[in-house]
Write a protein that binds this ligand. Structure first.
Ligand code: 1HN
Length: 356
């Protein structure tokens, strides 16, 4: 047994001071925090009610044009991480507004983006020469380093204010110091393919004979229409077993690989049938939810500090890493969600627990 008594008060402190000048610090003072026994995220659960968010989005529409803003977005900031532009440690989320007749100019960056359309009709987004119309419930991808711009029809042509959820891997790229960006010379890139070309080429359970992975590790389908997703979920709800934790939950796929549609973000859509009273789960990937249809509630947190968020259409919420959560819905609902699960899995560190 080691019987060395600790040195007198202040001796260690003086030592720490001395080594600080050499840009060194003792591991033993921080070891527990560096290697926690279980995830101890700085993030907190948070909820953005649509009826509180929507008026501010419309106000933003009066304060600045999409052109001047480049992207007119209100960032959803985790309340425990103010000023960091992130909703979890690894993910950015924001709500973007584009008004009739507006253009959000073309640029590209190494950060990958997903769009989940929340409200309104008439807008399009263009990715590498192809446009896709944005319809509520559609999941759309802007792969890393692809030119992208957004636009909206004039009010005369039926354009409405369109709002979507942006999910980006900004904090991850910041962590890796791997961010690059470039502006296009034109406001809108020129269209080189007819709308729907990618979906017909890659989204019909077939692939071109000489498949060329146009976006590298990212799915060649850049728009996943809600119509198809909705039909699948509702049919499965009628004719297949319902999972006690998730209801009917599907993940989006890259049809060429069977893997995630994006290398950094996994996306999901789930249907909770009427009367669903889900069992609790926790997982290392923090998740952002967008409510598509219906109402329900989520109970989140550990015994002693639990909270319930009651949600309805177009509400958003975040469940941080390793927080226990369970979902309920009396009338039934549909939820879109995204997380950084592909990265956890690629690194072999993903964990989840399904509790009873
Ligand atoms: C971006 O390019 C978009 O293209 C949205 O719509 C949000 C946030 C930070 C950096 C780039 C977009 C963004 C962004």
């Amino acid at each position: 047994m080691d019987m060395t008594p600790p040195p007198p008060e202040g001796v260690r402190k003086d030592f720490y001071e001395a080594i600080r000048a050499q840009h060194m610090t003792p591991l033993w003072e921080v070891l527990h925090a560096l290697v926690p026994q279980q995830p101890a995220t700085a993030c907190m659960p948070a909820f953005w009610a649509w009826d509180r968010v929507h008026p501010y989005l419309m106000q933003a529409g009066e304060l600045i044009t999409a052109e001047e803003a480049v992207r007119r977005v209100l960032i959803l900031e985790n309340p425990a991480l103010p000023g960091q532009s992130c909703i979890t440690q690894s993910l950015y989320a924001g709500l973007q507004l584009i008004l009739p007749g507006e253009i959000a100019p073309s640029h590209r960056h190494t950060q990958s983006a997903l769009r989940f359309v929340v409200e309104g009709r008439g807008a399009y987004t263009a990715v590498d020469g192809e446009r896709t119309t944005m319809t509520p419930g559609d999941f759309i991808i802007t792969p890393s380093w692809t030119w992208h711009d957004h636009g909206n029809q004039s009010a005369l042509e039926g354009g409405e204010p369109v709002v979507w959820l942006d999910g980006l891997d900004i904090p991850m790229l910041r962590f890796f110091d791997a961010g690059f960006a470039e502006n296009h010379t034109e406001r809108s890139q020129s269209v080189t393919r007819a709308e729907g070309t990618s979906y017909q080429r890659y989204g019909a359970n077939m692939l071109p004979v000489r498949y060329d992975a146009p976006f590298g590790q990212t799915s060649p389908i850049f728009s996943y229409p809600y119509e198809r997703t909705r039909e699948a979920l509702h049919t499965l709800e009628q004719q297949a077993p319902v999972d006690a934790w998730d209801g009917v939950k599907l993940r989006y796929v890259n049809p060429a690989t069977g893997g995630w549609p994006m290398p950094t973000m996994g996306t999901f859509m789930q249907r909770l049938p009427p009367g669903f009273d889900g069992r609790p789960w926790r997982q290392t990937d923090g998740v952002v939810f967008s409510v598509v249809e219906g109402h329900g509630s989520v109970l989140v947190g550990e015994a002693g500090q639990q909270q319930t968020f009651k949600f309805g259409p177009r509400d958003h919420f975040v469940i941080p890493s390793w927080h226990t959560a369970s979902l309920r819905s009396a009338q039934g609902c549909v939820l879109f969600s995204f997380s950084d699960r592909p990265v956890h899995q690629a690194l072999g560190i993903h964990r989840e627990e399904r509790l009873s």
